[in-house]
Design a protein around this ligand. Structure first.
Ligand SMILES: CC(C)(COP(=O)(O)OP(=O)(O)OC[C@H]1O[C@@H](n2cnc3c(N)ncnc32)[C@H](O)[C@@H]1O)[C@@H](O)C(=O)NCCC(=O)NCCS
Ligand SMILES: Nc1ncnc2c1ncn2[C@@H]1O[C@H](COP(=O)(O)OP(=O)(O)OP(=O)(O)O)[C@@H](O)[C@H]1O
Length: 213
């Protein structure tokens, strides 16, 4: 929970789920309602391109090929880290402190600009693994059948099934996520259905938050 300048409390909602579960789409539906969304994936990659120390460390430990034309070489790094948990941990150690700092700065700017919002969203595939869940007031897990997730990622990204499975192996089980979550959204129907679920959760959150004040 974060306090704005008027001592109003803004709740932090964590949205998580395995790769391709639909957490970005779910967050987008809430964003369209005016809810600020911080995407850890997106910001992580921007920071890897922009922050000099990250760049220096990534090159130091993973080699010059980690960057191509000054941009992070996602294919090269993915091939290394998603096959090797120790390498992934090292990359996370380099990048995550910067994501945490960036999130704090983002939050401060939201508090300055937005006076009326009740909650903000932090979207992260690794909300639990990174321990960020501890700062959240409510946690939403998006789940999908494995088959659907794989189909969607193949359609969206230039990845094959083996590469997708390698990433899944580095993510905690849905059982563990669900245990710590306030809401679990099953995304196995249409995107229209997911949108309706986002509407329902938005109303519930508004109700809970205003009741607790
Ligand atoms: C290796 C990188 C460059 C690959 O980039 P790419 O564009 O292919 O993937 P992207 O970052 O969009 O992530 C896509 C999905 O991969 C999975 N994934 C990414 N990082 C991790 C991780 N550290 N642990 C487990 N799964 C991960 C998530 O499901 C994520 O949503 C990138 O994933 C990376 O730098 N990851 C480590 C830093 C990190 O943890 N960032 C925040 C992720 S929430
Ligand atoms: N119910 C659905 N029906 C059809 N397509 C869907 C559905 N839900 C999500 N998608 C699509 O599947 C893809 C993956 O969804 P999304 O990007 O939201 O997943 P994610 O959990 O954020 O994945 P990642 O961790 O890789 O970022 C997107 O192209 C999205 O538009």
């Amino acid at each position: 929970m974060i306090e704005n300048t008027k001592n109003q409390k803004i709740k932090l909602i964590g949205i998580t789920g395995k790769m391709g579960s639909g957490k970005s789409l779910f967050s987008l539906f809430l964003k369209k309602k005016g809810i600020p969304v911080y995407s850890s994936d997106q910001r992580g990659k921007i920071l890897m391109n922009q922050v000099k120390i990250i760049k220096q460390n990534v090159i130091k430990y993973f080699g010059k090929d980690s960057y191509r034309k000054d941009k992070i070489n996602r294919t090269y790094l993915s091939e290394i880290v998603f096959k090797n948990p120790i390498a992934l941990k090292l990359l996370c150690t380099i990048v995550h402190p910067w994501i945490l700092l960036d999130f704090k700065q983002w939050m401060s700017s939201i508090i300055r600009i937005q006076k009326k919002i009740l909650y903000v969203i932090k979207e992260s595939a690794i909300l639990f693994e990174s321990k960020s869940y501890k700062e959240c007031d409510f946690i939403i897990t998006i789940t999908s059948p494995k088959k659907n997730m794989i189909e969607r990622i193949i359609k969206r990204d230039n990845l094959n099934e083996h590469q997708i499975i390698d990433r899944f192996k580095n993510q905690i089980s849905n059982k563990k996520r669900e245990k710590e979550s306030n809401f679990v959204i099953e995304n196995y129907l249409s995107t229209y259905h997911l949108q309706k679920e986002a509407d329902r959760i938005h109303k519930l959150l508004e109700k809970f938050i205003t009741q607790k004040k």
